[in-house]
Design a protein around this ligand. Structure first.
Ligand SMILES: C[S@@+](CC[C@H](N)C(=O)[O-])C[C@H]1O[C@@H](n2cnc3c(N)ncnc32)[C@H](O)[C@@H]1O
Length: 285
């Protein structure tokens, strides 16, 4: 079929086939999302216009995206956005793409903030700002501090906070874990989804496009948890909680890394039934 006669349906079928051959997990879905993105319509709208012929500019724009996807660039980086906790987050190669399992952490933080008038939250390793921004969007009086070792990530987090109207209640600090946080600062909640993939673990080719700093631990995969847990009591308000997303196979080691001033009160399972969020409460004053 000549290029100028390609329809929505034919181009979807061809790219689905091409994606399948490239080893993608969801070839049809990816093709639909990318075509809808190029056409500036919803995925559902594609279904009512299967016979619509595409103009050459649309075909060539779509083909460029198809090539990137076949090169295992995640769909979210191509479209520049990812939905998290019912909000659209801008994402690009500077940040980890927020994952659905991290929504458990946000939900638990919202629950633990209970009826505090103006809960304060410290998000360590904020990346796209997903956790802090989602929390502050639910709790309209919350204040947050978001830190990251990566200034590039912090720039993305700030944009997302601005886009969702919560930036004026937050601060963004560059540095290692608690390093950039004022020594006397205390928070009702400390949250973190630190890098937790061991360097020798196999990951999808898509993950290789994400920042290594966001994904991979050093030689000791528990070290960052030990540092997060040991540093927490000095920055928790009375009765405060620390919530950490954890690697499913390291629950025991991470529990054991908690200092005596913290009591592990709960481990939340993810959608797959794996231990995913560790919740500890400060016991001292
Ligand atoms: C797994 S990503 C989490 C991003 C985001 N919080 C989320 O849940 O989608 C980990 C983040 O921690 C940051 N990071 C890694 N090591 C760090 C450190 N020592 N101190 C502060 N941030 C760090 C990375 O740059 C990355 O943005």
């Amino acid at each position: 079929m000549p290029e100028d006669r390609l329809t929505v349906l034919t181009i979807l079928e061809r790219s689905e086939q091409y994606f399948r051959g490239s080893g993608l997990d969801s070839p049809r879905l990816d093709a639909e999302v990318l075509l809808a993105f190029v056409l500036g319509i919803t995925r559902m709208k594609l279904y009512t216009g299967f016979d619509r012929p595409l103009v050459p500019d649309e075909v060539s724009a779509f083909r460029q995206l198809v090539r990137r996807r076949a090169d295992r660039v995640p769909v979210a980086y191509i479209t520049g956005k990812k939905e998290f906790h019912s909000l659209d987050f801008a994402v690009d190669e500077r940040v980890l793409i927020p994952r659905p399992e991290t929504e458990h952490l946000v939900d638990a933080a919202v629950e633990l903030a209970g009826n505090l008038d103006a809960p304060s939250l410290l998000d360590i390793g904020t990346g796209s700002g997903a956790i802090a921004v989602a929390f502050a969007s639910v709790r309209a009086t919350a204040r947050f501090t978001a830190t990251d070792l990566s200034p590039d990530a912090l720039a993305v987090a700030r944009c997302n906070a601005e886009a969702h109207g919560v930036a004026e209640r937050g601060e963004f600090l560059e540095g290692d874990l608690y390093g950039p946080v004022v020594e006397s600062a205390r928070f009702d909640l400390i949250v973190s989804n630190p890098p937790y993939v061991a360097p020798d673990e196999e990951v999808d080719p898509e993950c290789r496009k994400e920042p290594a700093l966001a994904l991979f631990t050093g030689e000791d995969p528990v070290l960052i948890y030990r540092r997060l847990l040991e540093g927490a009591p000095a920055h928790l308000a009375v009765g405060g909680y620390v919530l950490l997303e954890i690697a499913e196979n390291r629950e025991e080691e991470i529990r054991a890394a908690a200092p005596p001033e913290l009591e592990v009160v709960r481990v939340i399972l993810d959608f797959g039934g794996h231990p995913r969020v560790l919740v500890a409460k400060v016991t001292g004053t």
